[in-house]
Design a binder for this molecule. Structure first.
Ligand SMILES: C[S@@+](CC[C@H](N)C(=O)[O-])C[C@H]1O[C@@H](n2cnc3c(N)ncnc32)[C@H](O)[C@@H]1O
Length: 307
């Protein structure tokens, strides 16, 4: 099961920045009430300006410098950095962490007084899920979030207007980097959240990432990773149709069985054991119209260390 880079790369014909793709919406279809609430009451954006803030926010002076040639529209700036479907389809407005069945349990755990329980959002983009946790009462200094693109992290402070208040540790790294910032967190996280991330890669790279997650989590029972991503009714390798910046021509979309197999393998290779849970669903804008791929579903998942 390899994540091959083939000569016949199925993405070769795609203009990465084209907006003439099924995963680019002009405006958000469903602005989740939770996100509207966050932007109004955490970022203090007046109710009538929430949508225009997301679409057309005036950039900070830094961004005027960095993105002088780009339009001022917030989402347009993100699209120009890296045109992921989660940006084209405004999936970052879902605050997907709060849609997880275990959200309230994990929230209570992170809020236990004096506990200093920690969470890392891996592949965070705007770190919107970290903002949701902070708004729901988690001390921001116990939260970590990382992404390959520093520009997404910079943009996130503009989106949420919290540069002077938020103490979460946002940092840039490549998840595959050896001796990078993730190594400094080795064995320090109680929880890892990772959304729309593993599905960017083929099986072998996903396995590497799972092992990296295991290293980052505290080496004890109960350490937890959870998230959501694209899945498929039948776990399989499919051509990587759009996503930018990745080497894989093929990505692996899981069903619950193959997701469990992935974690069983990661456990075996690290001397650990994981109890996994997963559920496919055709909601959350991840259905067939997203990729035109047969059988595509959303997958929510959780893996808890049991040994
Ligand atoms: C599809 S977006 C999902 C973002 C966010 N978690 C969400 O649910 O909206 C994937 C993110 O992973 C980041 N990414 C891609 N490859 C990466 C890598 N090798 N290491 C770290 N982050 C990476 C991208 O920059 C992007 O922000």
């Amino acid at each position: 099961m390899s994540s091959t880079t083939s000569q016949n790369d199925s993405r070769a014909h795609v203009d990465h920045y084209s907006k003439d793709v099924p995963w680019y919406d002009k405006e958000p279809e469903n602005f989740s009430p939770a996100c509207r609430e966050l932007l109004q009451n955490y970022s203090h954006i007046p109710p009538g300006e929430v949508t225009s803030h997301v679409l057309e926010m005036v950039p900070s002076p830094e961004f005027t410098v960095n993105f002088a040639k780009l339009t001022c529209a917030q989402r347009e700036r993100a699209w120009a950095i890296s045109p992921y479907p989660c940006i084209g389809r405004f999936r970052f407005l879902d605050l997907s962490i709060s849609l997880q069945p275990s959200y309230h349990r994990i929230l209570s755990f992170l809020k236990e007084p004096q506990s200093h329980h920690t969470l890392l959002d891996l592949g965070c983009c705007f770190a919107q899920d970290v903002r949701k946790l902070v708004h729901d009462g988690v001390p921001s200094e116990n939260l970590y979030a990382c992404d390959l693109e520093q520009s997404f992290l910079d943009l996130s402070y503009d989106l949420f207007k919290d540069e002077n208040t938020m103490k979460a540790h946002l940092f840039t790294t490549n998840v595959f980097a050896e001796d990078g910032p993730l190594d400094k967190l080795q064995g320090k996280m109680d929880v890892v959240y990772t959304a729309s991330f593993l599905h960017l890669f083929g099986w072998d790279d996903q396995l590497k990432i799972c092992k990296r997650i295991i290293k980052t989590l505290k080496p004890r029972k109960g350490s937890t990773v959870f998230g959501r991503q694209m899945g498929n009714l039948k776990g399989q390798e499919v051509p990587n149709k759009s996503v930018v910046g990745q080497d894989s021509s093929f990505i692996w979309l899981h069903d619950v069985e193959s997701f469990t197999r992935l974690w069983d393998t990661a456990g075996r290779e690290t001397g650990t054991k994981w109890k996994t849970w997963g559920a496919l669903n055709d909601a959350e804008g991840m259905g067939t119209n997203h990729w035109g791929e047969k059988g595509v579903q959303g997958l929510r998942f959780e893996a808890v260390r049991v040994e």
